[in-house]
Design a protein around this ligand. Structure first.
Ligand code: NAI
Length: 216
């Protein structure tokens, strides 16, 4: 399957298709037309056709999309048929919340361990995942295969830990610390900033209120 040249915009939309198709599968829906999918997802049918045509189009005229096939193919494109070992650096509120969330595993992201500087957290287990002292990280990295490191520690500490992790072989970082990491270009970083999402929501609220005021 040709995946090269798919725009990042399309790739960004794929997880949402994947989620909807997963729900359809759970409800034992076998096939769906682009029109029905577009009504569910609130995007145009032509956008759906365009997006899915990028990888050979899994739809058939008059039949629609085979839900299971499409779900599996999108999963393959996103690399979800594999298992990823994840570690969490910073076992505070957010780190523990991530560790407590079971659904990442269903998607193949298996949280293996947490690390923290706080000695009171060392030896604690969160949903069966052990918290280790940060001093043990280097040895752990040497002895285990770790695909993704989540950074949920204070932002002042994140860049140093990130560069240590890179030195010890990490290739992908899921960064929650509100800071830019500036790592080599072959290291994949996905920044997750809930505050930015809230600011976008604030913008929407503001423009909505302004529009309402104009109407009055
Ligand atoms: P927290 O204070 O509950 O947890 C931080 C943990 O990191 C503590 O357990 C602390 O002992 C540990 N820590 C400190 N230095 C460390 C080091 N050098 N190595 C390993 N662990 C270390 O804070 P919380 O609320 O869990 O937030 C954690 C981080 O996530 C902060 O940077 C915060 O700004 C960020 N955050 C980001 C969000 C987002 O949407 N991206 C949302 C909420 C928090």
């Amino acid at each position: 399957m040709e995946e090269k040249g798919i725009s990042l915009a399309v790739i960004r939309r794929l997880p949402r298709y994947y989620r909807y198709l997963g729900e359809l599968l759970e409800n034992e829906v076998v096939r769906i037309s682009s029109k029905e999918l577009s009504e569910k997802m609130n995007v145009t049918a032509s956008q759906i056709r365009q997006d899915l045509n990028n990888f050979g189009g899994f739809g058939q005229q008059g039949y629609g999309y085979n839900v299971e096939y499409l779900y599996n193919e999108i999963g393959k494109i996103l690399g979800l048929e594999k298992k990823y070992n994840v570690i969490i650096i910073g076992a505070g509120n957010l780190g523990q919340a991530l560790a407590n969330y079971q659904d990442f595993e269903r998607r193949g992201f298996v949280i293996q361990a947490l690390f923290d500087v706080n000695p009171r957290l060392a030896g604690v287990s969160i949903r069966g995942k052990d918290v280790y002292l940060i001093d043990e990280l280097e040895t752990y990295m040497k002895e285990h295969t770790v695909h993704i490191a989540a950074l949920t520690l204070p932002k002042t500490k994140a860049p140093q830990i990130a560069s240590d992790l890179v030195k010890w072989g990490i290739k992908a970082i899921w960064n929650f610390a509100p800071t830019d990491l500036n790592l080599p270009s072959d290291i994949m970083v996905e920044n997750v900033h809930l505050a930015e999402s809230l600011m976008r929501l604030s913008y929407k609220l503001k423009t909505h209120e302004e529009a309402m005021q104009k109407k009055e």
